[in-house]
Design a protein around this ligand. Structure first.
Ligand SMILES: Cc1cc2nc3c(=O)[nH]c(=O)nc-3n(C[C@H](O)[C@H](O)[C@H](O)COP(=O)(O)O)c2cc1C
Length: 198
């Protein structure tokens, strides 16, 4: 049976599920999720990233724009984000369209990073071959040790993506394998929900 709803109700379910996980969580990083993109060689490519927030109904992620994920998103904006929350035994699968954020948003998210992470973003050419680890550490120490240094400037190739969801599936794991699955789909501007067989 198809049920119609709005995106706020679906995101409220997402936020509720995440809050439950955070309450029960003994380990860190509840915001870690697997970002899947289409590789330029046709292979699917997946890696973990951190969800920064949900803003204006978009899932926000950040990172280097010139590494594989950035190149792949610029080739194909269709991406997937997958969460597994072990404490509450829930999986959330999101498919959506990734758009590069412009204006002051990238600077905003960069300023939220701690200084060490900012320095690594500046000194590291993410994804390039590491031929001289000591040089990388030396450059890190040089910036980190400079007490006169001002606020770190965001590298031009560091940015943020807003992912507009088109499909969101919640699965509550069951030992019986009768997992509870609900699929929300956006079609012609309207969200609808159906239950899926486990
Ligand atoms: C838990 C976790 C969180 C991560 N968060 C991010 C992130 O928010 N942004 C990012 O660019 N990389 C993050 N990484 C590193 C990525 O997994 C990946 O190594 C990096 O983005 C390079 O991927 P690419 O070569 O496909 O661009 C994270 C890794 C882990 C294990």
């Amino acid at each position: 049976m198809v049920q119609e709803l709005n995106i706020q109700e679906i995101l409220a379910r997402f936020n509720h599920a995440l809050e439950q996980e955070i309450l029960m969580r003994k380990v860190k990083l509840p915001y870690a999720c697997c970002l899947s993109t289409e590789g330029t060689d046709g292979f699917p490519n997946a890696r973990f990233v951190s969800l920064k927030e949900i803003r204006d109904e978009h899932f926000i992620i950040t990172g280097t724009l010139t590494s594989r994920k950035g190149v792949e998103i610029s080739n194909n904006e269709k991406v997937a984000l997958t969460f597994w929350w072990p404490e509450t035994q829930q999986q959330v699968r999101i498919q959506g369209i990734a758009r590069l954020l412009a204006g002051t948003w990238p600077d905003h998210y960069f300023s939220e990073r701690n200084r060490e992470s900012q320095i690594v973003s500046v000194v590291s050419n993410q994804g390039e071959e590491l031929t001289d680890p000591e040089e990388l550490t030396r450059r890190f120490d040089e910036i980190a040790g400079d007490i006169t240094a001002q606020e770190m400037k965001r590298p031009q190739n560091w940015g943020a993506y807003a992912i507009a969801p088109v499909r969101i599936e919640f699965l509550v794991f069951s030992e019986s394998r009768f997992h509870d699955r609900t699929l929300f789909t956006l079609h012609n501007g309207r969200w609808s929900a159906i239950k899926l067989q486990p």
